[in-house]
Design a binder for this molecule. Structure first.
Ligand SMILES: Cc1cc2nc3c(=O)[nH]c(=O)nc-3n(C[C@H](O)[C@H](O)[C@H](O)COP(=O)(O)OP(=O)(O)OC[C@H]3O[C@@H](n4cnc5c(N)ncnc54)[C@H](O)[C@@H]3O)c2cc1C
Length: 423
């Protein structure tokens, strides 16, 4: 069980452990997209920033994900507006739509070597309910002038190389990247802008001294006037109640080595990344070297054996029988932060404190944007009106102590519903 990206992400980041007491304008806990993007955008405005990450930079979701740069929030655009009201909802939709271009622009601006591919994303329907969902997505987006179109079953077969799908919504805004390479590239850009990044430096306590915040690690401290905590699915008990405000759901990926050319050209010939409109979401793409990366559910604990990934491999064989016999030597997992309302949460429980989490499995674009918005908010002294709803308190997920059991039951139930519907 090895994370492929640790082999393929070319940029390397040298970030020492924090070993002294330092001061900064802003202290950041968490070295994924949210944290490094905030560090980059703050440092570029001349604001001094110090970030601590418990593992290596990109240790969490940002170094493990499916690499799909997905436009939009998890729920349909009209649902966003119904939930937040037209004005706020439209702003949130626009932000999440623009976020993909923002990612590809940053990659170009900083020359990040992360195999960017702007070949679109596809939401694929496996049944009638999925067809209704992809139709609604295509209709709502094209009504708003966005490049999303409905794709029928025959075209889906040509695009994907499998006849499983009843329809799809092709979204030209999206694409895919090597996610760890992208994280490291952002981190290098942040360092060049003079942000101080510290790896292998777990924050063990947060405390206050007058108006300042103190982030304590094993061998050093940061004293700062603003504090960002963006530990997402890896959140512990640093800030009271933050862990209970999200469900850290496990998701798994299994990947092949580069496929032989005659097979490679039959699998996702369109080059897009795909995720299924199903209860039990499967997502996949073929990377720049021709490896197939299959993602989806798995046990709600750290992986133990290859059996924990076998269902992903079997599903790949079902989609493309010509793959049978192919080995999947790479497999890994991570924990995404799911919120009860399926929206990202920016919580400001006290002055100068910013807790950012909950991208619900679609964070490459929106968390990059969130880092940018956090920087704007801090630079403005807390007055900038960002394109997210800012809450003043954390809302605990009901029955949080039982999240593993709840997630297992929900997944089994989802699997059953998909099976009844013909998957
Ligand atoms: C397997 C998988 C597949 C996914 N696929 C996709 C996809 O295809 N497309 C997409 O858009 N999104 C996807 N996601 C979600 C996406 O990766 C996340 O939304 C995004 O990376 C969130 O970034 P982040 O910076 O908020 O969190 P993270 O990248 O999780 O960063 C949080 C960091 O905080 C650190 N940390 C925790 N506690 C402490 C502490 N006390 N002190 C210091 N550091 C600490 C952790 O080590 C971690 O590195 C996927 C996630 C997973 C796990």
């Amino acid at each position: 069980m090895k994370n492929l990206y640790l082999e393929t992400a070319r940029p390397q980041v040298a970030a020492p452990a924090l070993s002294e007491n330092i001061t900064a304008d802003v202290a950041i806990v968490g070295g994924g997209y949210t944290g490094v993007s905030a560090a980059l955008h703050l440092a570029e405005q001349g604001i001094s920033v110090a970030l601590v990450e418990a593992g290596e930079i990109g240790h969490g979701c940002s170094g493990r994900n499916g690499g799909q740069v997905n436009p939009g929030l998890k729920v349909l655009p009209d649902t966003v507006k119904a939930h937040w009201g037209t004005e706020r909802g439209e702003r949130m939709n626009r932000m999440a739509s623009d976020a993909t271009s923002y990612v590809f622009d940053l990659i170009e601006k900083y020359g990040i070597d992360c195999a960017p591919s702007r070949t679109g994303t596809i939401r694929a329907a496996i049944d009638a309910a999925g067809v209704r969902q992809v139709r609604a997505l295509a209709d709502q987006c094209s009504r708003d002038g966005l490049p999303v179109r409905y794709v029928d079953a025959a075209e889906m077969a040509n695009m994907t190389g499998t006849t499983v799908y009843k329809a799809g919504a092709f979204d030209a805004r999206g694409g895919h990247v090597n996610p760890l390479a992208y994280t490291r590239g952002l981190a290098l850009a942040a360092q060049q802008a003079k942000a101080r990044l510290y790896a292998n430096s777990r924050a063990t306590a947060l405390s206050k001294s007058g108006p300042s915040w103190i982030v304590t690690t094993e061998k050093g401290k940061i004293t700062a006037s603003d504090l960002i905590v963006c530990t997402n699915g890896y959140t512990g008990d640093l800030w009271p109640g933050m862990r209970q405000a999200l469900i850290p759901v496990y998701t798994y990926i299994a990947a092949t080595d580069p496929l032989p050319e005659h097979i490679r050209r039959t699998i996702m010939p369109c080059g897009s990344a795909l995720y299924e409109a199903a209860w039990d979401v499967v997502y996949y793409r073929v990377d720049d070297a021709g490896r197939l990366l299959m993602g989806g559910r798995g046990p709600q604990r750290d992986a133990r054996t290859d059996a924990d990934y076998r269902h992903l491999v079997d599903y790949a064989f079902k989609l493309w029988p010509q793959l049978k016999g192919t080995t999947f030597p790479w497999s890994w997992h991570g924990q995404v932060a799911i919120t009860q309302d399926h929206f990202p949460h920016l919580v400001a429980p006290e002055k100068n404190v910013h807790l950012m989490f909950g991208y619900n499995g679609r964070g490459i674009a929106v968390s990059t944007m969130a880092g940018h918005m956090l920087a704007e908010r801090i630079a403005s002294g807390g007055t900038a009106d960002v394109d997210l709803s800012v809450r003043d308190r954390l809302t605990p997920v009901p029955f949080h102590d039982f999240w593993r059991t709840g997630a297992e039951i929900t997944m089994s139930w989802n699997r059953l519903k998909d099976w009844v519907r013909g998957r």
